[in-house]
Ligand binder design. Structure first.
Ligand code: AMP
Length: 217
């Protein structure tokens, strides 16, 4: 099963994707996580992506498509795949369609997570993540057991630099301009599409998301 999680930054896609991938045993592909890992590892891709990420802009499509293609090649063709934060432009969506087709896969569900901007801005200001294992917490809705420390691996939690208020505003604009058009892209392509209200608790959202995945899978 191939699922695409669409929605603005901070809506909770990553939290939901990690949970479903853990439960189903599938692969969670977050291009944001892959780019942050590339930066940490000091790769050329990481260096090229840095200025875009720091400014809240999108990294060029070709870099992203190469990254996803390379990553997908290492995943068992029968495995469940959850795309989180990808695709973000129509060029990426078209590129993904080609890559999937070549590997005999297709998009089984597109799930749009929706929440008002105020909720998103608040969530992003509370977001903390673990640079070691990528786990994500929120000081308001899903805090770690010990403040500042990752439950999973004991790493020290940090606030992402691009969660600063001015960059958050830019990321939301970029989402509206470049990523939201994917809603009509997928709807008009006839892809199975679901909307989930994400301004609820992690548990409530997950119950709906799990239901969607069960039907799709
Ligand atoms: P995220 O963790 O998904 O919010 O991504 C953080 C940043 O990484 C974004 O603001 C972009 O600069 C970059 N990024 C992540 N995924 C993509 C993508 N699919 N296309 C372009 N840029 C991306």
């Amino acid at each position: 099963m191939v699922l695409i999680l669409l929605g603005p930054p901070g809506v909770g896609k990553g939290t939901q994707a990690v949970r479903l991938a853990d439960e189903l045993g599938g692969a969670h592909i977050s291009t944001g996580d892959l780019l942050r890992a590339a930066r940490r590892d000091g790769t050329e891709l990481g260096a090229r992506a840095q200025k875009y990420m720091d400014a809240g802009e999108l990294v060029p499509d070709q870099l992203i498509l190469d990254l996803v293609r390379e990553h997908l090649a290492g995943i068992d063709p029968g495995a469940h795949v959850l795309f989180d934060g990808f695709p973000r432009t129509t060029a990426q969506a078209t590129g993904l369609g080609d890559v999937l087709e070549r590997s005999g896969r297709r998009v089984d569900r597109v799930v749009l997570f929706e929440a008002p901007d105020e909720t998103i801005v608040k969530r992003l200001s509370g977001r903390r993540s673990c640079p070691e294992c990528g786990a994500v917490y929120n000081t308001f809705s899903s805090p770690s057991r010990v403040e500042g420390t990752c439950d999973r691996c004991g790493g020290s939690l940090v606030q992402r630099p691009d969660d600063a208020p001015a960059t958050v505003r830019r990321r939301l604009e970029v989402y509206r301009d470049q990523t939201e058009p994917l809603v009509s892209f997928y709807e008009s392509a006839g892809a199975p599409f679901e909307r989930i209200r994400a301004d609820r608790s992690v548990e409530e959202v997950y119950a709906d998301f799990r239901g969607v995945a069960e039907v799709a899978g």
